[in-house]
Design a protein around this ligand. Structure first.
Ligand code: EPU
Length: 339
């Protein structure tokens, strides 16, 4: 039976670095341990929080219940053919380590997702993405433990219902499963996605003409390091809000008033607007309120300078939402889970 601890600080287990405690805390290293835990009366009677890398949560108070840290490890090549590699990865593996391992093995497809904080198990939950690639583009299937039946279920691509920072695990299946292993279909042939953001520019400044997947990862790492704070130094959880998707009519009105507004056309009815731009225009970029603030190089990132409190970050997020709504008529929705 895994060892259940009491009153454990979660400070080092959430990238905001918020000092909240778990009433009960347990680390899981194998699916069998999780099965045993699910059968334990404590599990049955408590609120449950499953933690991956803690990079997408905002803790506002001590967690009265059981926090489970998923440490299931392992990266296994299960099959390959002329075009693809099928790889299964333990949910507890650190996402960036898996990306770097893939690059070493010449498994292509996730090089644009270098340096995203968090674990492999959390990645499909919110369909992580960056620089024109989302995990759904390379997803094969995942194995999840049904917390009621204690059976492993396989979710294929369709069953995950991926959307922009969305999956079924944030909606109809929320809280019902623990993701144990994630399968990816990676490429032998290299199809680079260089068109997004500053990738080409960065490769050029690195004097790279024919980039390898390693070069692309290096460019992505350089861009991310230039804009996003390192959670080891300044607490943060990456983008705090999702980029809002608005009707074309509202977009046209805003574009007329703000011709420089960047935007990504989704289809003939919807347009995605960068929340970072909206927040910056509303005057929040680089604003510091004591121990918390808005990052000075990317306004979509809220930061904890050290002794910040979760509730203060929630209040700041609400103030930002209000001012963006007032100025632009656009509602921002958090990407981060507030607990
Ligand atoms: N912008 C501003 N001011 C800012 C921030 C951004 O004007 O303070 C403008 C930029 O100039 C650019 C546009 O907004 O024209 C987009 O900015 P950026 O390329 O930095 O990306 P983003 O839309 O803010 C998204 C993801 C990031 C991902 C990047 C790169 C979301 C919510 N965020 O950010 O993902 O790394 O694109 O692909 O979709 C995350 O989810 O935690 C995350 C970091």
């Amino acid at each position: 039976m895994p060892n259940i601890l009491k009153n454990i600080s979660l400070k080092s287990l959430n990238t905001f670095g918020l000092d909240c405690k778990a009433q009960y805390f347990v680390e899981i290293n194998a699916i069998e341990e999780m099965r045993e835990l699910v059968a334990n009366p404590l599990f049955q009677s408590q609120r449950i929080l499953i933690l991956g890398g803690g990079s997408n949560i905002l803790l506002t108070q001590d967690f009265e219940g059981l926090v489970i840290k998923n440490n299931i490890s392992g990266i296994e090549l299960v099959e390959e053919n002329a075009e693809h590699f099928w790889v299964k990865v333990g949910a507890g593996e650190v996402w960036h380590n898996f990306v770097m391992h893939s690059i070493e093995k010449q498994w292509a497809g996730i090089e644009n997702l270098a340096l995203i904080p968090g674990t492999v198990g959390a990645a499909p939950m919110q369909n992580i993405g960056a620089y024109g690639v989302e995990i759904k583009d390379v997803f094969w299937q995942l194995e999840a433990l049904n917390l009621s039946t204690r059976e492993i279920e396989i979710f294929d691509h369709a069953a995950c219902a991926f959307g922009y920072r969305e999956s079924v695990f944030k909606h109809s299946k929320k809280g019902q499963y623990m993701i144990c292993r994630v399968g990816f279909k990676l490429n032998k042939g290299v199809h680079l996605h260089l068109e997004y953001g500053a990738i080409l520019e960065t490769l050029k400044s690195m004097h790279i003409v024919e980039p390898s997947i390693k070069d692309v990862a290096s460019a992505v790492i350089a861009i991310r390091q230039s804009k996003l704070p390192d959670p080891k130094k300044i607490g943060n959880s990456g983008s705090f809000f999702k980029n809002p998707v608005v009707p074309t009519a509202l977009y046209s009105k805003l574009k007329a008033a703000y011709p420089d507004m960047p935007a990504y056309i989704q289809d003939d009815q919807l347009v995605k607007i960068p929340a970072g731009w909206l927040i910056e225009q509303a005057g929040w970029k680089g604003k510091r309120l004591g121990e918390i603030g808005v990052h000075d190089k990317q306004a979509l990132v809220l930061v904890n300078y050290g002794a910040g409190k979760g509730n203060d970050l929630v209040k700041l997020a609400q103030d930002i939402q209000h001012s963006v709504l007032e100025k632009f008529g656009v509602t921002l929705h958090p990407e981060v889970n507030i607990i």
